[in-house]
Write a protein that binds this ligand. Structure first.
Ligand SMILES: Cc1cc2nc3c(=O)[nH]c(=O)nc-3n(C[C@H](O)[C@H](O)[C@H](O)COP(=O)(O)OP(=O)(O)OC[C@H]3O[C@@H](n4cnc5c(N)ncnc54)[C@H](O)[C@@H]3O)c2cc1C
Length: 427
């Protein structure tokens, strides 16, 4: 068969790998001039490693991704350093990278709240019944079972940070999936995720997959005589097509999809993200913290603060200290329209709050990355609203972050759904 894949993110590349190995002619169309999609990175001339545009790491439980890396013979390039994750409480940061440290966290006191926190965590790790949990919101479930204090201190900040105005609508299965599927150890690839994406693309090309970069697909439709035709600066026909973009872009590309499928695509909610990467002359955290959990109520102008060079040494970046500061935001939020300098002005006081000695002239360079599609928002009974991978148009398939539910999006699940879609395309 002649197969087209739209998107050279990890979902599209994983599907291409299996389809090519099954003996088919595979072409990947990618609108950007690089592979890796949302997990791609960039590199300054004096850096040995690339930095992801949006902070990325793997969990030890990411079986689909680590399994694929093993098949590609690249396991020796995966590293799991031991970075320090901390949680903010009353102006200070406390270690939060193990169950023991979570239990020691003073934000919950040492009485009944801590016991409820422990039991809720244990229950969520042990249960597999996410279908019961998706019937209620995380807000109501946590208030009932973890109690107001634990919810306000631990879980509400996470929901508010990730889902902003939609935080009360997110279902409890989302929270379950995060606790169930994540390990405390965090990993990355030597040279950064972009290096892995490049090596993967190199292997795909060696197998005979054609990867067309800078090739934006404008429409896909079924032609009675030619099969599935797509336009990427020239019309071509294929036997099967897999699209791995956001639901919105899929709807735009394939307006011939039946109304109910299109409506399903367009009704899915998601959050965007704005993430600033800074290279600094000095370390931000003298204590060597990597991941700072920051509650919105504490007044920080971002949700995530990540000192990447407390995970991967600064020597890989020519001695530059790399920081991420970012947030998940609803479309239309003012951060999307601010200039890079205006955003930096908003963020600078927060760096001083973390490290009083911080000065603006520590900043060597900034890069601001924005995406409208960063985090699907799963509402109550979300399993009933997920678009089918096999669309109603014969031969046309769709696999995106919005369909990996009940799991939370991530490169691991992009690989899983890409390979699942490939299996469906072969039957
Ligand atoms: C802020 C943030 C933090 C994250 N942190 C992590 C993390 O720590 N760990 C982790 O594993 N995951 C993380 N993720 C999620 C991870 O990046 C995604 O789940 C994964 O990369 C999705 O892969 P994909 O192949 O499904 O889609 P994408 O990577 O989005 O690939 C889709 C591709 O399609 C291309 N495309 C779009 N339209 C067209 C068109 N018309 N024609 C041709 N090509 C087109 C795009 O350019 C893109 O390359 C994070 C994401 C964000 C935003």
């Amino acid at each position: 068969m002649k197969i087209a894949i739209i998107g050279a993110g990890f979902g599209g590349m994983a599907a291409a790998y299996d389809l090519r190995k099954a003996g088919h002619d595979v072409v990947i169309f990618e609108s950007a001039d690089f592979v890796g999609g949302l997990a791609s990175g960039f590199k300054e001339p004096h850096w040995d490693w690339a930095v992801e545009k949006f902070y990325h790491h793997w969990f030890q439980s990411d079986a689909s991704m680590l399994g694929l890396i093993a098949e590609l013979g690249l396991t020796d390039k995966v590293i799991f350093p031991r970075p320090l994750t901390v949680m903010y409480h009353d102006g200070k940061f406390f270690p939060f990278d193990s169950i023991l440290n979570a239990l020691r966290f003073p934000g919950l006191g040492f009485g009944l709240d801590k016991i409820r926190f422990g039991f809720v965590g244990l229950f969520l790790r042990l249960t597999n019944n996410w279908r019961a949990l998706e019937k209620v919101t995380a807000d109501s479930w946590m208030l009932k079972w973890a109690g107001k204090n634990v919810y306000d201190k631990m879980w509400r900040p996470l929901l508010v940070g990730k889902f902003g105005p939609f935080y009360k609508d997110v279902n409890m299965a989302w929270m379950w999936a995060r606790i169930k599927a994540r390990s405390t150890r965090l990993g990355t690839f030597e040279g950064g995720f972009q290096n892995f994406a490049n090596l993967f693309a190199q292997k795909l090309r060696a197998l005979g997959v054609e990867i067309r970069l800078g090739a934006q697909v404008k429409f896909i439709k079924r032609d009675p005589a030619k099969g599935l035709v797509l336009d990427a600066g020239g019309v071509q026909s294929f036997d099967r097509v897999l699209v791995t973009t956001s639901p919105n872009l899929m709807a735009k590309m394939c307006p011939d999809l039946p109304d109910d499928y299109l409506r399903g695509l367009l009704s899915l909610k998601s959050m965007g993200a704005v993430v600033m990467v800074l290279s600094l002359k000095q370390k931000l955290s003298n204590e060597g913290y990597y991941w700072f959990n920051l509650p919105k109520e504490a007044g920080f102008p971002f949700l995530a603060l990540v000192e990447h060079t407390n995970f991967v040494p600064a020597e890989k970046y020519g001695g530059d200290n790399i920081i991420y500061a970012g947030d998940y935001l609803e479309q239309g939020h003012q951060y999307f329209s601010l200039s890079d300098e205006q955003l930096l002005d908003k963020f600078l006081p927060a760096f001083q709050k973390i490290t009083p000695a911080f000065q603006r002239d520590w900043v060597k360079k900034i890069w601001v990355n924005k995406t409208n599609y960063a985090q699907p928002v799963p509402l109550v009974n979300h399993s009933q609203n997920i678009p089918a991978i096999q669309t109603p148009i014969d031969g046309l398939y769709f696999a995106s972050m919005s369909q990996v539910y009940p799991w939370d999006r991530g490169t691991n699940f992009a690989v899983e759904i890409g390979r699942r879609a490939a299996r469906m395309m072969l039957t």
